[in-house]
Design a protein around this ligand. Structure first.
Ligand SMILES: Nc1ncnc2c1ncn2[C@@H]1O[C@H](COP(=O)(O)OP(=O)(O)OP(=O)(O)O)[C@@H](O)[C@H]1O
Ligand SMILES: [Mg+2]
Length: 315
């Protein structure tokens, strides 16, 4: 693709972005973000933080009040020259709300979308087959979209967003209301798209454990301000301590105490223990062994990212 041949800068660059809605509500204040090519990037934040507003501006669905958005080095507003048009073609968008024609058939929805990009009919048909199959919707291709379940509608939104083979895929809560099994298969598919096809993925989600396990970089937005923008790894390292829940093989009615670390017994065969950042948990196991506590399982009390997230957005 000629637009990308000699370009190694970020896929998406947002600088000084502000949004004041018509009623005077300030939704975004000076947002600065960069998403590298090939990144798997999560924009997290509580309800009303400004995630959809940000992604809506990038997708051209919402007008910005100030600042700049560039895709592959091309500013998205301005005179709309040929390169800007080509840059926009590299973007696929899955909005938070279903916005397809409820009466149109599933495959037709995907083919119609291809038409907006000038993709010839036969090719559009092949692509729609490829993506509907990949997203497990092929056997539903001939029914009106209103007859799909909620999770199927989400997947249809993804198939439609992919039909022009975008290099950046923006997904606003793609797994909202999707059951666990399906959610895992959707994330698996997105991961594959990112790793094998090199598609840059930017998404919002309220499922922090998924962001933690899949995304390379995370930004957290609160009240229209970016409060964190770093790698997932660095974010997790910021946690000063975590709580582990330890289950024992048998009950210990005497609930022994350890000198090295306080145990918070939940019942006779289970306790919680706090582990400080940088402390190897091997030492814990030695202490357990010395006290003859036989451990059957050990797990984090809550998702680590969740702890940090709640802390950051509490203000
Ligand atoms: N058209 C609008 N007019 C006025 N205010 C709006 C409009 N759209 C959104 N807002 C407000 O802007 C703020 C940010 O909304 P946005 O949809 O970006 O949040 P979000 O982070 O996507 O939240 P959620 O997690 O609930 O989807 C909210 O307070 C919302 O009420
Ligand atoms: Mg939203």
């Amino acid at each position: 693709m000629s637009l990308l041949e000699n370009y190694s800068g970020p896929a998406l660059s947002i600088s000084g972005l502000g949004k004041v809605y018509g009623n005077g509500f300030v939704a975004l204040k000076d947002i600065n973000l960069q998403v590298a090519q090939g990144d798997f990037f999560a924009l997290l934040g509580p309800n009303g933080a400004g995630k959809s507003t940000t992604l809506g501006i990038v997708s051209g669905l919402v007008n910005k009040s100030q600042g700049q958005v560039s895709l592959f080095g091309h500013t998205l507003d301005g005179d709309g020259g040929g390169d800007v048009y080509a840059a926009k073609r590299l973007l696929g968008v899955v909005p938070q709300e279903f916005n397809f024609n409820q009466f149109e058939k599933v495959q037709d929805i995907v083919i119609t979308q291809a038409g907006y990009y000038g993709i010839p009919y036969q090719q559009a048909k092949r692509r729609s087959e490829k993506y509907l199959k990949a997203l497990g919707l092929w056997d539903k291709r001939d029914i009106p979209s209103r007859m799909l379940s909620g999770g199927m509608k989400r997947r249809l939104m993804i198939a439609r967003a992919l039909v022009h083979d975008p290099r950046v895929l923006i997904l606003d809560e793609p797994t909202a209301g999707v059951d666990i099994e399906l959610r895992q298969s959707m994330w698996h598919y997105l991961k594959q798209l990112n790793e094998q096809e090199g598609v840059t993925i930017i998404l919002t989600t309220h499922y922090l454990e998924e962001a933690e396990s899949l995304c390379k970089n995370i930004a957290i937005i609160n009240h229209g301000v970016i409060v964190k923008n770093t790698s997932t790894r660095a974010l997790l390292q910021e946690l000063q301590q975590q709580t582990l829940v330890v289950d024992l093989i048998q009950p210990y009615p005497q609930r022994p105490k350890l000198t090295s670390v306080p145990l918070h017994w939940l019942d006779d065969s289970c306790f919680e223990v706090e582990v400080k950042k940088g402390v190897a948990i091997n030492e814990l196991f030695q202490a357990f062994s010395q006290a003859n506590l036989l451990v059957s399982s050990i797990r984090p009390k809550s998702n680590r990212l969740e702890t940090l997230f709640v802390d950051l957005v509490r203000k």
